[in-house]
Design a protein around this ligand. Structure first.
Ligand code: UD1
Ligand code: CA
Length: 499
């Protein structure tokens, strides 16, 4: 802690500027580069989250390319972020300058980071700030030593090892291009030093831009301490310029997320085929089988088993539930329930404890009570089903009359026959049954057996008479002849033989 009381508040002041004005043409996309997603968040979302983690007094994002689209997304992701517009003067130096003009009261430390560097963590930013403050530096830059440094600004060091400046690749001499320590573009600055130096930065360079990197040599010339903190985690300083890099960063992010969850007690059988978003929450002793994608605010409770082959978005999975080869979104699967294989759970599906949604079932906007089962082949939409009810094979809620959706209300302890159709709006009382193939257009009282189809009538020998010469007729004739023979035999010998 600082021993001079009057300096203490300023020393802990922190502002962050996230640069997001660039175009990102190599993405070849109608979507602005920083809105491309990995781990369920646009790149700018990762950058804002890392910056916000520092709990700064002020957080500004500088925008220009696709301004309205980008600004709207930033405000949605971080409503407290200050949106600053860069003008037509190009360069990272100008971007930071306009942000400082929008934050005239920013004192103490100013951190600068990029909107397109998605794996950077709050922890590494914090290390940078702590290092910067402990040495009372004017500027501290986050650097990395790369095998191939081409394209990056290079860290220039004096004979004594202190940092004297940064040279952009395009402005560098042959000898300077041999330097493998690169500028990540992430820095901690003393606010006053930064303001003063930016006033002196020009566009007199190979790209005709205001380089933020010029601040380092200006600060050093002014007698300030300029230092570089090298990270050995190159992923944290890597930006995505094209879709190849985006995919590589996405895979590395996923690998890191899964590693964290595995260390927290989650079994991931095949990390290579398991993809999870940053917001997903998993409990201890969850098992993730191969081939799954868990998106959005999906949560999985203890002892649940998910997979193989599931895609689940915003799905809550209860303790010890199982979800096998299924697709779901906006659904709640309670403790001990089972889903799949091959179920399709659409938004509003709530499956009670120990309940079941089985093979080839589609559900939407349906509440299913505890221990109720919809085991095979059907559709349940806009419905309410009580507890301990068994919905037979192939049951359908006919919820749509061509214009409006209607509700089906099914009680507890109900047993429905195969191929029952609920023509909504319709109610089935507690403990009622329906026969196979019933088409329920009217409510069924509690305990009733609903039969809606005409009694079966057999037109004897119809096939033999109407399809003479067919294979069916031939087989039917043979079977009838055999039946006749056996009935004659049983008349001859009524007991004994068969036992
Ligand atoms: C910059 C650094 C370089 C460093 C590299 C790391 C400068 C002059 N050079 O180079 O030393 O090695 O980053 O990736 O700073 N941006 C704006 N406004 C602008 C220009 C850029 O907001 O006018 C933003 C971009 O959206 C991007 C970031 O700043 O997020 C970096 O811009 P970019 O053009 O990629 O800088 P580089 O030339 O790669
Ligand atoms: Ca870049």
């Amino acid at each position: 802690m600082n021993s001079v009381p009057s300096e203490a508040p300023e020393a802990t002041e922190l502002s962050v500027i996230v640069l997001a004005a660039g175009a990102g043409t190599r993405m070849k996309s109608r979507t602005p580069k920083i809105l491309h997603e990995i781990g369920g968040l646009p790149m700018i979302g990762h950058a804002l989250a890392a910056a916000r983690g520092l709990k700064p007094q002020r957080l500004a994002a500088v925008v220009r390319h696709e301004r309205d689209l980008v600004a709207a997304k930033i405000s949605q992701l971080d409503p407290a972020a200050l949106i600053v517009d860069q003008d037509e003067i190009p360069g990272t130096g100008r971007a930071v300058q306009v942000a400082l003009e929008a934050m005239p009261d920013a004192v103490g430390t100013v951190v600068v980071s990029y909107g397109d560097v998605p794996l950077l963590t709050t922890e590494l930013l914090r290390e940078l700030v702590e290092h910067h403050r402990s040495e009372a530096n004017a500027v501290t830059v986050l650097s990395a030593v790369l095998d191939d440094a081409s394209g990056y600004g290079r860290i220039l060091r004096s004979a004594d090892g202190t940092v004297s400046g940064i040279r952009e690749h395009k402005d560098a001499s042959e000898a300077e291009r041999e330097i493998r320590e690169i500028n990540s573009g992430i820095y901690a600055f003393d606010a006053a030093v930064l303001r003063k130096a930016l006033d002196q930065v020009t566009t007199d360079n190979a790209q005709g831009e205001m380089y933020l990197t010029d601040v380092l040599s200006l600060a050093a010339q002014d007698g300030g301490r300029v230092a570089a903190v090298a990270t050995d985690d190159r992923w944290q300083v890597e930006g995505a310029n094209d879709r190849v890099q985006l995919a590589a960063l996405g895979a590395e992010l996923n690998r890191r997320l899964l590693e964290t969850w595995m260390r927290a007690g989650v079994s991931v059988v095949d990390p290579a085929s398991t993809w999870i978003d940053v917001q997903v929450v998993l409990a201890e002793d969850v098992t993730l089988l191969p081939g799954i994608q868990l998106h959005g605010n999906t949560t999985v409770e203890r002892d649940a088993v998910v997979g193989p082959d599931c895609t689940l978005t915003d799905v809550q999975i209860g303790e010890a539930a199982t979800v096998t080869r299924s697709h779901g979104s906006g659904a709640i699967i309670s403790a001990g329930a089972s889903v799949g294989p091959f179920s399709y759970l659409r938004p509003g599906t709530v499956l009670g404890e120990q309940g079941k949604i089985g093979a080839f079932y589609e559900t939407k906007n349906v509440r299913i009570g505890a221990r109720s089962k919809l085991s095979h082949l059907g559709y349940a939409g806009d419905a309410e089903i009580g507890e301990d009810t068994n919905i037979g094979c192939g049951n359908i809620t006919a919820n749509y009359d061509g214009e409006k959706k209607h509700r089906t209300v099914i009680g507890s302890g109900v047993r429905t026959g195969s191929n029952t159709v609920f023509v909504a709006p319709v109610e089935v009382g507690d403990g009622a049954y329906s026969g196979a193939g019933a088409v329920l257009r009217n409510s069924v009282p509690p305990g009733a057996l609903a039969l809606s189809i005409a009694a079966q009538r057999n037109a004897e020998e119809w096939v033999i008479n109407h399809r003479p010469g067919s294979r069916s007729a031939e087989l039917a004739q043979a079977a009838l002849t055999a039946l006749e023979a056996s009935s004659n035999q049983s008349i001859d010998a009524p007991s004994g033989e068969g036992k």
